[in-house]
Design a protein around this ligand. Structure first.
Ligand SMILES: C/C=C/C(=O)SCCNC(=O)CCNC(=O)[C@H](O)C(C)(C)COP(=O)(O)OP(=O)(O)OC[C@H]1O[C@@H](n2cnc3c(N)ncnc32)[C@H](O)[C@@H]1OP(=O)(O)O
Length: 283
């Protein structure tokens, strides 16, 4: 687990309250473009919240006019300067870099707790890769989504093309990827890419925090099981997924949580569940 200090982040701000972690992209003056520190900090923060905090759900949003302008363009110019030399070694270094970038967003999918993203304005290039790895997406009316990479002469490589086919229709994805045109919020809602569209960011955040609070009320074991199964089933067939479900349930069936849920219902009170096992960090 990376030893990361939440108070010393360069590109993100983090708060944890009532079992909800809120991560904000916090470089609005730079349109939250994705600089090297962002790629390092995001997975470290997400994994640390999952492993060490009492948070049962993560909400990711951003400050400023745009959710994110995608990869900071200086990264590409620096790569052109740095990645010199013998072709095979250059290729191997590029491959490793792409895998590392992919891992930054894989973290959102791999953690046990759900990750909800709430976006406004431009969601460009790497930002589309990023939000494809979330459990659920919400946006404001002014949001638009752009697979920008094609326009820059490259193929999107950090998850958009791998995850989008599980989130919306193939024909539309192909059009967006081949043309690089903007998909507006209403179109994103109509095709199921986002769950809801809100008039403005404050309204969106209030609503998404309510959804997060509802998730945080439930047994964290039950919610983690849902995430594990939905992820697994996306990548396997129904028979394999049912077998895995049975095996999971044989080990993870949470009788105390079921009893607590029933008792709380009878007693007309909110249930109180034990946390997921987490390494204590004093957070
Ligand atoms: C693995 C990931 C790959 C990728 O992400 S590939 C995609 C990389 N991203 C881009 O190509 C985005 C390019 N930028 C844009 O399309 C637009 O901009 C926006 C839609 C993000 C915003 O448009 P608007 O609100 O009209 O602002 P503005 O006047 O275009 O930009 C304001 C300042 O922000 C700088 N900027 C914009 N995007 C980036 C970026 N990605 N990296 C570094 N700087 C960026 C501009 O140059 C400009 O700067 P100045 O005010 O000095 O002229």
């Amino acid at each position: 687990m990376p030893n990361i200090d939440f108070s010393a982040l360069e590109t993100l701000s983090v708060s944890i309250e009532n079992n909800i972690a809120h991560i904000q992209l916090s470089r609005p003056e730079a349109l939250n473009s994705m600089v090297p520190a962002f790629w390092r900090e995001l997975p470290a923060v997400v994994r640390k919240i999952d492993a060490e905090s009492q948070a049962r759900v993560i909400v990711i949003s951003s400050q400023g006019k745009h959710f994110s302008a995608g990869m900071d363009l200086s990264v590409f110019t620096n790569m052109a300067k740095d990645f010199q030399g013998e072709p095979a070694r250059r290729a191997e270094r590029t491959r490793r870099l792409v895998l590392e970038l992919q891992d930054s967003f894989n973290a959102m999918e791999e953690v046990r707790i759900p990750v909800l993203v709430a976006v406004q304005g431009g969601v460009i290039g790497g930002a589309v890769d990023m939000i494809c790895a979330a459990d659920s997406r919400y946006c404001t009316e002014d949001a638009y989504f752009t697979i920008k990479e094609t326009e820059l002469g490259m193929t999107a490589d950090v998850g958009t093309l791998q995850r989008l086919p599980h989130l919306m229709p193939q024909g539309l994805i192909r059009e967006l990827a081949y043309t690089g045109r903007n998909m507006q919020s209403e179109e994103a809602k109509a095709c199921g890419f986002v769950n809801q569209v809100f008039s403005d960011q404050q309204t969106m955040l209030e609503a998404v925090m309510k959804i997060a609070a509802k998730i945080a009320m439930h047994s964290p074991m039950a919610v983690a099981g849902c995430k594990e199964m939905i992820n697994y089933t996306r990548d396997h067939n129904v028979a394999d997924s049912l077998t895995y479900m049975a095996t999971w349930q044989s080990g993870m069936f949470q009788m105390p949580d079921v009893q607590e849920a029933m008792a709380a219902g009878q007693q007309r009170r909110l249930p109180v569940y034990a946390e997921l096992h987490k390494k204590s960090s004093g957070m």
